[in-house]
Each structure stands twice: as C-alpha cells, then as structure tokens.
Unconditional design. Structure first.
Lengths: 266, 392, 287
C-alpha cells in the first residue's frame, strides 16, 4: 500500500539531488551542444559522400546526432550514475544496512535512477535538442503520437540502462576494485549503444549483432522511433524483453550477493 | 595543573634569546611585533538568491578592522563561534587570502604579496584536511617536504628524529597514511608542518575528533615545541582545554571583531562563567555548603556545585574532602560557546553606549596587554588561573 | 576596495619569473613522482585503467574506421590523410592530457577547500595543480596517437623535405602548448564557476575531436572561429595541410603554416594572465 508512495519519494529524491547542480547542468548542456555541432558536420560530410547510408537521409542522420547528445546524460553514456555510489556502499559494507531495509534493493535504486533520468531528460536533453533543431534541418515528426512513442522508448531505454549498470555494480561484491568493471561497461556501452556512430552504419554482421544487444535499446531504439525508421510496438517489445531479462538477471546476482553478505555476517 | 615544560629552563618570552632559529638579525621590535595586524579587514560580496533569477548582492564583513600583535614565542588561542571570522583571519595570515584593507605583517613579510617566501617560515596544520599522502607510507610525505622546502639534509634528519621521538611516530613511518587513526594522522600532520623549522605554527582545530590521550600528546608536544624552539603558536579551537593547557593568551573574535584579548582567566571573568564540580558522596546528604560554590543540582549521592571559573578548584576540593565523605569528583569546564555568548551579550550592551571610544580603548589595551603581560607571563611556573587584572 | 599596495617588482616582490618557473617545474616533478608512486600502490588497477584509457581514446579512430568502411573519402580526404590529422592532434593532446590533465579538478578543490593546502606551500599553485593526480595511464592516449600517426606517415605518399619532417615535432609540441593554454584558462575559469569543469572539457576534448576531421567538413564560420578566435586550427589543420599539400579552406598566406610556435606562445601568455586573474579573484573572495 505505502510502497508506491515510498518509491515515488525515492524517485523524487533522485530528481532533486541532480537538480541542485545548476551550473554543472548548464555546463553539461554546453558540452553536449559543442559535441553535437562537431558530430553534425562530420555526419553531413558522411551522408554527402553516401546519401541514404544505413537507410537514413541526411536530416534523419542529423536528428540521430542530436538525439544522441540529448540521451548522453539520460542513459548515462558518459559518466557514472548511481553505480559508483552503490559500489562504494558495497565496498565499505554499508550495503548490509540497505539489505535489511524493508524496501527492495533493486527497486529502491531503480526508483532513484528513474528520478535522475527524468531530471537529465528535462535538464540535459531538451536544450541540446532545441539547439540542434535551430541550427540544422532535422527530421522531426509532426505527429504527437510519434513523440509520445519516442518518450516511451526513452523510458524503456532508461530501465535497460539501469538494469545493466545494476548488475555491474553488484560485481563489487566479488571484485575488490570495481573501477575496472565500470570502465569496461562504459566502453562497451559507448560502442554498442550507437553513441560512436549509428548502429545501422556499422558494417555487415557487426551491425546486425550490435542491433540485437541490449545497448541498442538505449539510443538507437528511441532515435529510430523518432525518425520513423522503426515500428514503435516492435521496438517496445525488444526493449521490454531486454529490460525484463536484465532485471531478472540482476535479481539473481542480488540474491547470490545477499547470501554472500549473510554468510560473511554482514 | 600548571604549565610545566619538562626540564626546560630559561624564558620562552618574546625577548628571549632564541638561538636555534637563526634570525638573530632581527631587532627586539621585530620580535615583539612578529605578527602584526593593523585594522585588517576582509569584505566578501555574497550573492543571495531572493527569487527566480533575482539575486541580491550583499557585503559581508568577515573580518572587521582587527588589530593585534603577537610577539615571537607566544602561544595564542584564537577562538570564536563558527563563522566569526577565525579561519578568514588565519587564511590572511598564511597568505591564502588577500585582505581588503589594513596592514598585515608576519615576520616582516606581507603574506598575500610574498606568499611563497612566507611559506618557508610558517607551518600550517589544517585539522580536518590532511596534507599527507593517503596511499603512501608516512615517511614519503616527509621526504616530499624535505625536498619541496629544500631543507638541508642534516637539519631535516635532526628535525625528523625529534618529531618522531616526541610525537611517537617511529612505528608509523612505514604505514600508509590511510591506515592511520585520526590521532596518529594529526601527529603526522604536525610533524610534516615542522620539518622546515617554521618560526610560527598555525593550527586550525588541531584536536578536533581526537581521543583524550591523543589530545594530551598533541598539547604536550606544542608546549615542548614552544619551550625548546621558541616557535610562535597560533591555534584555533573549540576545546577550552586546548587553550587552558597550551596558550597563555586568548583572543576571541565574533562577528568579525576582536571582542577579547587577554589571558584565559580573564575571559572567564568577563563571561562570568562558572565551572562545575561534580561530587560523588558516600551517601545521600543535604546540599554541601562551601562558598563561593553553590549546589545547583542533587541526584542521590551525587551533587553538582557551580563555582566561578576564575577560582582555583584546589582549595574548594580540599575543603569538601575534609568535611564530607567523598568518593569521587570531577571538574567540568564551561562550554566555550557559552562563555563567549555571555561575554558577547555584555559587550553588545556596553558597546551601544560607547561604541567608538570602546574600540579605540580596546585596541590600546590589547597592545598593553601584549607588551607588558605576556613577557612576564611566559614564566612557565605561573598558573593561567591566577592572572592579573584584565581588560573590559 | 584597496588592493594592498604593489611594490616596484610587481605583486610577487623580488621573486622573479625565472625563479618561479624553476621552482614550479621542480615542485611539479616532485608532486608528479608522488602520484606515480601512489598509483603503483594498486598495480592491477593501474594496468586495467591504462588499458581502458588506450581503448577509450582509440574509439575516436574506430569511429573514423567505421565511417571509412562505408565511404572512400570524407570531406575530400582519404583515410591516411585523416589519420595524419588524427595522429598529430592525438599526440599533441595526449601530451597535454598527461602533463596537466587534472586541471579540471580545480573546481572541486576550490569547493572542498583543499586548494588552501596548496597555497601554503613554497611553490607556485599552478605547478601544484598541474601535477595533481598525475597519471601515467594517460600514456594510452599518446600511444594510440603515435600508432595512428605512424600508420599515416608510412602509408601517405608525401614529398618529405627536411622542413616537412621538422614540422611534425613542431606541430606536436606547439599543439600541446595550445591545448595546455586551454586547460589553464579553463582552470582559471573554475575559480569563478566551480562546477563548470564540463565547459573546459568541451574545449579540450571537443577541440581535439574537431581537429581529428579535415576542416573541409565544417562550416566556414566554425573554421574561422577556430582559426582566428580560439586558434585550435594551429594545432594541426594549418600546418598539417601544408605538409599534406592541401589548400586551407580559408585564404591564408603560406607562412602561416609555420606560425604554430608563435600562436602557442601567445596562447600561453593569455592563459597565464587568465590564471593570475583567477587566482587573484580566489584569494580576494576565498570562494
């Protein structure tokens, strides 16, 4: 009964926590905009060389650039989200306290991360997108339904993003130093999310495999929905499947980790 | 208990001959005005949000026309509530901050203009921020000091040996700093600040968070340092015992102004503060009668007696022990914040009447106090509790 | 507000610039050595992060390779030509990143007050901040830059003259100084805005990304901006296009290709002034 309200409060806390850093947010928007400009010009050159590369026209490719910058913070593609903190709690043993809380550990952190993602969508996502639309000709949909579908895809993407990072953070129960694991996740994420280049531009089998991996749910999926290159329902199903699978995997790891804590005596 | 500096003779006073610091070229005047502040002020512009996108700019006088001098070899406590301007003053004295006005000299150097030159002559210990290298053995931090301050090898070795011995660091030198306890780390930090023979040592809350034994060690070390080397010590603290056991002179700052400068006993008088004697008797008895102390609380066989902080506890204890069946007793010091609060309340009232006159008078008095009293006061046999007539 | 008088020798008294430079370099060396020893306390972690740094910094070139898996030219440039541009900026930026890459931590040092502990040391603050968190893992960026540069030089069909050969190290060193100036100016800005480390990143990391591509890719106004306003173009574009025998998209005289050292010196002077202004404002406001 009260649990819904509890997690809502946790999410609100996650939102507020990031909302306090106004200057950092503005600076982040600035950086995303600068990178958006640089990438946009390289994409223009690329699509001038080969129009309809990967099935995108130039406007779609540019839209992809700015969606990518908008999703950069939302999907935690550039830095750390909650996982650094969670790892620290595991390392110091504070995690034992969390495990005895009446709230579910995974749900607790999911709620907090959702709050953060919502703030980053508003604070770090909207401004670069608007800026991109002002300076470049983007393929933005006129149909509000497409926008809504894109928001749903973003929401599902954040859950997948969370589920991946949650599993990684729990590695800290077994590894003493989580920095390496975090870096590896980050590298994989940047490469396979399409942050480097749209996955449909990846050559041959690499591209096909990349599109099946969970990271494609973070950026490629919402972008494809927005520019009308993907069937929304199929995309949702793909994202939701990965979300369920990864959240379940996270729970498995969590219960193994919990047993470990109990065995060690907290 | 008094300030017994173990086995040292001679004066630690301002005019004493401090042979091992090697600055014999300085005149007496220089020694007497080793640290000199003349109407120093620090004004900050604070921007406060008053609404959406609206900010109000306000000037805050963190330090408001403070004047004092400290003679070479003095040990001075600098106290005041949080945000009173203590750390701003320390930051100006160390050259971190530039004063907005007034004149400031440390060892004849203008700290803000010749920060790096001054750095060779001062040592700084920040109580809550270690300057030691977290992941490296303690000795590595000292080796860095050795080279960064260009300390001659023999001198470094001698100073290190001394610090290691007096601060009991021998077993810790090869331990990574992150594994040291808070007290060990503080001792390590103090040693690091002294390897280059600074003439003045600033300590910002040096005993904060330490256990009783560590506190005692730190205080004892500071007394020895002052006695043997004539190092001038200026410390900020929240712990009245730091002052009582280390400093002969205390300065109180509040709202950016110097509100008291004199011996600690005088501060108690000014603040009308009281110490508390907690007495455990063998059995429940009617309230003890022992003027000037008065019973403020009785709880079974335990009684609380308040007595003026300026009074010595010894005769009182002797009398009670003679007349009552005593099991145990302890003395509780007045809370520093409370002392300052009472004192400041009185000051404020007083100040309303003669604002300007008081300030000028005050400045004069502090200078007097500095010149006359402290040279004498340096006599280690003298109790801080029995000091002379005092200011306001 | 009365600045307490400034003596005849400027704000540092008789403590001359030569001695400050010497002291600064010495302090830098001492502190950097301490950081190296600190990281070596965790060898496994060091190996992992060094590899991670190499992989992460190689990603930019991977993106270019992926592009060239689909096209033969980009902005009229071939892969080896772009690799040349990439290699030069990679090594130049890598050197700067290695030397003073932690300047962006200045803001957090201001916030948590640890900057004060540097101000009571007998060494210039800039040197101490520059050496902060010195990390050998950053050699990864230089290594991949050198690798790509080596590939480009091996494959490219350039008429190498002694002058052109000399221009390669000249570009790398001047480029490193230009980036260094940006790092220092960015650090100075953090005295004012402590949370603005990202702004600095967008000029340093963003700038190096920009320079990995040929100038023909970008809008003329952007190229003008990085040539005349924030002269990043002198890191590689202007001199490298001379080496490659390519025309610069803006109308510049040929001798400009040899100007990077001058530009770098100018940038360093400006950055030094910005740093002094920033430090002065910190010391007068303490925030």
């Amino acid at each position: 009964m009260g649990t819904g309200r509890l997690y809502a409060a946790v999410a609100a806390g996650g939102f507020r926590r990031y909302a306090t850093y106004r200057v950092a947010t503005a600076a982040g928007v600035f950086t995303n905009t600068v990178f958006g400009f640089i990438l946009a010009y390289t994409y223009i050159a690329l699509w001038a060389e080969k129009p309809h590369l990967g099935g995108y026209d130039q406007a779609q490719a540019l839209t992809y650039v700015w969606v990518g910058q908008a999703m950069f913070a939302v999907m935690v593609l550039g830095s750390n989200g909650f996982e650094a903190e969670l790892m620290e709690r595991i390392r110091t043993g504070d995690i034992a306290v969390d495990l005895y809380r009446p709230a579910d550990l995974q749900a607790w952190w999911l709620a907090a991360d959702t709050g953060r993602a919502l703030f980053h969508l508003l604070g770090r996502g909207v401004a670069p997108m608007v800026c991109g639309a002002l300076f470049f000709e983007l393929a933005l949909p006129t149909d509000p339904l497409t926008w809504i579908a894109c928001l749903v895809a973003i929401a599902l993407g954040t859950v997948v993003s969370f589920a991946i990072r949650y599993i990684v953070a729990l590695w800290a129960f077994w590894l003493l130093d989580g920095a390496g694991a975090m870096q590896l996740t980050w590298l994989t994420g940047v490469f396979f999310s399409g942050m480097l280049l749209p996955l449909n531009v990846f050559p041959g089998a690499l591209g096909e495999i990349a599109r099946l991996l969970p990271w494609s749910a973070l950026l490629q999926a919402p972008a494809d929905v927005l520019v009308g290159e993907a069937d929304p329902l199929g995309t949702f199903a793909f994202q939701a499947t990965w979300a369920v699978v990864l959240l379940a995997a996270g729970r498995l790891v969590q219960s193994a980790a919990t047993r470990r804590v109990v065995v060690q005596g907290g | 208990m008094g300030l017994n500096s173990t086995g040292t003779t001679g004066s630690t006073g301002s005019t004493g001959d401090i042979s091992n610091t090697g600055y014999s070229g300085y005149s007496d005047g220089m020694d007497r005005h080793f640290i000199e502040l003349d109407r120093v002020e620090k004004v900050f512009d604070v921007r406060k949000k008053t609404g959406f996108l609206r900010r109000e700019r306000r000037e805050v006088r963190a330090v408001d026309s403070i004047s004092f001098t400290v003679a070479r070899g003095e040990m001075v406590g600098y106290i005041g509530p949080n945000g009173a301007g203590k750390s701003t003053t320390i930051k100006m004295l160390t050259g971190i901050l530039t004063p907005s006005g007034g004149r400031l000299r440390v060892a004849g150097i203008d700290p803000s203009r010749e920060r790096t030159r001054l750095a060779h002559r001062i040592g700084v210990v920040f109580g809550q921020r270690t300057t030691l290298w977290w992941d490296l053995p303690l000795i590595d931090s000292y080796r860095l000091m050795h080279r960064m301050y260009r300390i001659p090898d023999a001198r470094y070795r001698e100073n290190l040996d001394r610090c290691v011995e007096l601060l009991e660091l021998a077993d810790l030198l090869d331990v990574p700093v992150r594994q040291l306890s808070l007290g060990q780390r503080m001792r390590g930090d103090i040693a690091a600040a002294l390897l280059h023979d600074p003439e003045v040592l600033y300590l910002d809350e040096p005993t904060i968070g330490l256990d009783v034994i560590s506190k005692a060690k730190v205080r004892e070390f500071l007394r020895d340092l002052n006695a043997e080397r004539g190092t001038t010590v200026l410390l900020t603290t929240h712990d009245l015992q730091d002052i009582e056991q280390v400093c002969r002179r205390v300065m109180v700052i509040d709202h950016g102004r110097l509100v008291y400068d004199g011996p600690l006993a005088g501060l108690h008088e000014v603040g009308d503060s009281e110490r508390t004697l907690v007495v455990d008797l063998e059995r429940e008895l009617p309230p003890i009668e022992a003027a000037p102390a008065r019973v403020v609380k009785v709880e079974g066989p335990r009684q609380w007696l308040a007595f003026p902080a300026s009074e010595s506890a010894a005769p009182l204890v002797a009398r009670i022990a003679a007349e009552y069946p005593l099991v145990d007793l302890s003395v509780r010091e007045p809370d520093i914040e409370a002392v300052i609060a009472t004192m400041y309340a009185e000051q404020a009232q007083y100040a309303k009447q003669t604002e300007f006159a008081k300030q000028t008078e005050f400045a004069k008095q502090t200078e007097y106090a500095e010149q006359a009293e402290y040279a004498e006061q340096a006599d280690p046999a003298r109790r801080p509790g029995e000091a002379e007539e005092t200011v306001p | 507000m009365a600045e307490t008088g400034r003596g005849p020798y400027g704000p540092y008294g008789s403590y001359g610039p030569y001695r400050r430079l010497r002291d600064g370099l010495r302090a830098y060396r001492l502190i950097a050595a301490m950081w190296i020893r600190s990281t070596m306390a965790y060898r496994a972690s060091f190996a992992m992060t060094a590899f991670g740094n190499l992989a992460a910094t190689s990603f930019d070139f991977v993106a270019i390779l992926l592009m060239f898996s689909q096209v033969d030219e980009l902005g009229g440039y071939t892969l080896p030509e772009i690799a040349f541009l990439y290699g030069v900026v990679g090594v130049a930026f890598g050197l700067t990143d290695l030397m003073i890459g932690s300047m962006d931590r200045l803001g957090s040092r201001v916030r948590d007050g640890t900057l004060d502990t540097l101000l009571v040391r007998p060494a210039p603050v800039l040197a101490q901040v520059a050496a902060d968190r010195f990390a050998l893992r950053r050699l990864g960026r230089i290594a991949q830059g050198l690798f790509v540069l080596g590939y480009a030089i091996a494959v490219l069909d350039i008429d190498w003259t002694p002058l052109k050969v000399l221009m390669v190290p000249m570009m790398v060193l001047s480029g490193g100084l230009v980036f260094g100036a940006v790092f220092v100016a960015g650090g100075a800005f953090q005295f004012v805005a402590q949370d603005a480390a990202e702004v600095q990143n967008s000029f340093t990391y963003g700038g190096s990304t920009l320079l990995q591509y040929p100038p023909t890719v970008f809008a003329k106004d952007l190229v003008r901006g990085v040539t005349f306003v924030l002269p990043l173009a002198f890191v590689n574009w202007v001199p490298a296009l001379y080496v490659l025998g390519r025309p610069y998209p803006l109308d510049l005289p040929t001798w400009v290709a040899f100007a990077p050292p001058l530009v770098a010196a100018g940038c360093c002077v400006l950055a030094g002034l910005a740093w002094r202004a920033g430090l002065r404002s910190y010391r007068s406001t303490g925030s």
